[in-house]
Design a protein around this ligand. Structure first.
Ligand code: NAD
Length: 255
């Protein structure tokens, strides 16, 4: 049980982050949600588990707003015990056509934000003598795909950060690990399916092809399944899982 623990999940108004927030709240944690879009809906849904839920609108590409987010979580609940770095965006284009400003924002949101939340939340975890940092990387932290230079670079970087933080906390009750999902049917992936469907005129076919190209199970991973994996990493049973990059990818990286 995570009763009395506080979890901060970045980018938790949608998709995987929202799924993880549900799992942590169901296990008894207090939650700080973050992200854009359907904020009221996400808050209402996560509150149904009965714990305390707060929201902060920090833009994870902005270090000063990230500092406000962590300070908010600490002032509301005392400390961040569980930090899930999940906020992320995608852009698909060949490297020579990749807009430099998209490169910068993907690196900022998908990689640098985790550096900032981690450096700011760790002192509180050390004070309380316990902590869990879970970085939502991707199978693209392990292997590349064409047209995803910024995303693949950021996710490979996130696995590097995960290992270093795991080493720096190795002799404490704080662990740092990464999760590497394959395709999950969220708005981030729906955009890529829509782009393919527009090119081919076949929506169902576009979804089938997306899976068939990369994911041997031919099934999407779900946010609920990822939430359960994060719960395991937050458990005492996982206290010696450190610096891991844990795939949940329908076999993608086994090829
Ligand atoms: P999503 O688009 O459904 O959700 C992204 C969340 O991040 C939303 O809550 C959004 O509001 C928030 N967000 C975006 N930019 C932000 C910013 N600047 N500041 C604060 N919040 C911001 O996407 P998702 O598929 O749930 O992705 C979540 C994470 O999982 C990402 O890091 C993504 O790279 C990773 N991931 C996704 C898949 C997949 O197949 N969907 C696979 C592997 C990894």
């Amino acid at each position: 049980t995570l009763n009395g623990k506080t979890a901060l999940v970045t980018g938790s108004t949608s998709g995987i982050g929202l799924g993880i927030a549900h799992s942590l709240a169901a296990a008894g944690a207090n939650l700080v949600l973050n992200g854009f879009g359907e904020v009221a809906q996400a808050l209402e849904a996560v509150r149904r588990h009965g714990g305390e839920v707060r929201y902060h609108p920090a833009d994870m590409s902005r270090p000063e707003q990230i500092a406000e987010l962590v300070a908010f979580a600490e002032s509301e609940f005392g400390a961040v015990d569980i930090l899930v770095n999940n906020a992320g965006i995608q852009h698909v284009a060949p490297v020579e056509e990749f807009p430099p400003e998209r490169w910068d924002s993907i690196l900022a949101i998908n990689l640098s934000s985790a550096f900032h939340t981690t450096r700011l939340a760790l002192p509180g975890m050390r004070r309380r003598g316990w902590g869990r940092i879970v970085n939502i990387a991707s199978v693209h932290g392990l292997v590349g795909s064409a047209q995803k230079s910024a995303y693949v670079a950021a996710k490979h970087g996130l696995l590097g950060l995960t290992k270093v933080v795991a080493l720096e906390t190795a002799q404490t009750a704080i662990t740092c690990n990464a999760v590497c999902p394959g395709w999950v049917l969220t708005p981030l992936v729906q955009q890529q399916i829509d782009a393919r469907a527009q090119a081919s005129g076949d929506a169902a076919g576009a979804r089938r092809e997306l899976l068939a190209e990369k994911q041997p199970s031919l099934e999407f991973v779900t946010p609920q399944q990822l939430g359960e994996l994060v719960l395991f990493l937050c458990s005492e049973a996982a206290s010696q899982v450190r610096g891991a990059a844990w795939n949940m990818d329908g076999g993608w990286a086994a090829q």
